[in-house]
Design a protein around this ligand. Sequence first.
Ligand code: G4P
Length: 549
Amino acid sequence: LAKSSHFLVSPKEKRMSSIDKNLLSSEVNRRRTFAIISHPDAGKTTMTEKLLLLGGAIRLAGSVKAKKSKKFATSDWMELEKQRGISVSTSVMNFEYRNFICNLLDTPGHQDFSEDTYRTLAAADAAIMLIDAAKGVEPQTIKLFEVCKLRGIPIFTFVNKLDRESRDPLDLMHEIESVLGIATYPMSWPVSSGERFRGIIERETRSLHFFEGRNTTTETVAKIIPLENKEEISALVPEDLLTEALDGLDMVEMAGDEFSSERFLRGELSPVFFGAAMTNFGVRLFLEKFLEMSPSPSAKGSNQGKIEPLSPNFSGFIFKIQANMDPKHRDRIAFLRIVSGVYEAGINVTIPRLNREIRLTQPQQFFAQDRSTLDKAYAGDVVGIYDPGIFTIGDSLVEGGSFSFEGIPSFAPENFAVVRTSSALKRKQLFKGLVQLCQEGTVQMFVDETRAASDPILAAVGSLQFDVLLFRLKNEYNVDCVLDSLAFKHARWTNASSEEIAEAKAATDVVSVRDMQGCSLFLFKNDFTLSYFQEKCNNIKLFRSNSSL
Ligand code: G4P
């Protein structure tokens, strides 16, 4: 009897019951999945490199930069990267530090800024906001910050480049608070900047981390001196600089916010660190505090309630699809954030959108352009899986259930165009390509009542997305096209009724369209028409993302 009942257990049940709960819990709890957000040139590549060096994932400074510019001639996709000298792929970098496993999501922040950058943040549990100490809060920081705020994830701030002449730190705190609307809690405080930079005072331990000058290796540990060792400190730091720094810190302690873990975890208060990534100063202290304070993989909302990371059932969602990574195989890789349980090759999962069960192959891990296969991956990890052409962005993959995670929002595009091909025979092929590429999230597609559905308005967060679209239409669908830009600058979603939309159009000449899900948006030509509309139609709410509808 015992033998026969054994056969009544399905392979799925067998797998789940064999999952060691303690192992799952310790694996999940030591994972940290995060992204760095910044404006170009604030030092994200440099910071990433220093984190990887600390984690032993690379051995030489300069490797990340070298990867960034190295010419890869292995695929058509790389060909586009080569032509443009950019990196199109968003990848994840893994490294271990002490007992932590870090999944650092790479969010391209340069000219290759695109919707992928936003979507990647859907897979992060925390963000590091990197700010150039001389420039403060810059436009791209604001955009990315808003996405993190929408998600309510904890945001750490690292004020970088203190070895250069910087702005007054109090001024910077004020700017972060007023422009971004987040409270700050300095964890350290700089002792001057530029030529006179002498280090940072760690607030918790009231000690000076002395800046000895340029050093780009990992081995250097800053000399740490308690503030009470006055003699030792005065031998290293001129008195006026120390007094200035301590006055600033007093001010922060008197007038600044108190630390609150609840506010921090909700993304309402940001712990702030100072340093100089290039000289590897302040990075280790930052990383250690970051790992200690940042949350382990969190539960995620679904249509059946929150899904806990420690549930033994595997589940995850797809936040990015990268096509054509290897043209010999025409493969597409879907990037999956694991929300719960353990991923092993061969597990069967349901895609609730298609009501279809598939068997997953071995997960792949990517490091810049390199890939390797993994035996197991846990909640919190980000892995790539082969996409036989069935996934779309936002798809949930669920073992032993059929729930769907909250969707991945679309964000307000700033580039608009229509596409045309000279060959009438290719029109059908073009439309098929457009629909598929839009489903994949390459660009967004809008229609209005004045246009045929087959002649949509295409919209993108970054103009690179259009280059990728044209490239892929030619290479994968064999359609040569050109784009005609449209003179719109902003798009905003609205939940207004059709009567309200009609009234608004009559009053302001605004253009209204619908996205692929049928949600309404307004398109504006410039900042002025947007603010005029807001004034004139103040009963209508506008949203930068469809997740707020
Ligand atoms: P990004 O990825 O955010 O665009 O920035 P990246 O790290 O490429 O850094 C932009 C520039 O700022 C680089 O200089 C880099 O060396 C410099 N930088 C980064 N961190 C610091 C810092 O802590 N102090 C100082 N002084 N500079 C820093 P570059 O001249 O553009 O490139 P490179 O020739 O140094 O590689």
